[in-house]
Design a binder for this molecule. Structure first.
Ligand code: ZN
Length: 49
C-alpha cells in the first residue's frame, strides 16, 4: 500500500513535488531537501497534511 503525499516547501509553502511513500517503512513525515522554483534555491520540503 503506497500513499500519495505532497511535498511542500517550508519557506514559501508552495507544493512543488508529489511522491508516494510506503506506510510500513515510512511512519514519520518525509523531509527532503529539494529545489524550489519559487525560492530559486534548495529548501527543506515536508510532507503536507
Ligand atoms: Zn519555496
Amino acid at each position: 500500500m503506497r500513499e500519495k503525499v505532497i511535498l511542500v516547501c517550508t519557506k514559501c509553502l508552495s507544493r512543488n513535488y508529489t511522491t508516494t511513500k510506503n506506510r510500513q517503512t515510512q511512519k514519520k513525515r518525509i523531509e527532503v531537501n529539494k529545489y524550489c522554483p519559487r525560492c530559486n534555491q534548495h529548501t527543506l520540503h515536508k510532507e503536507s497534511k
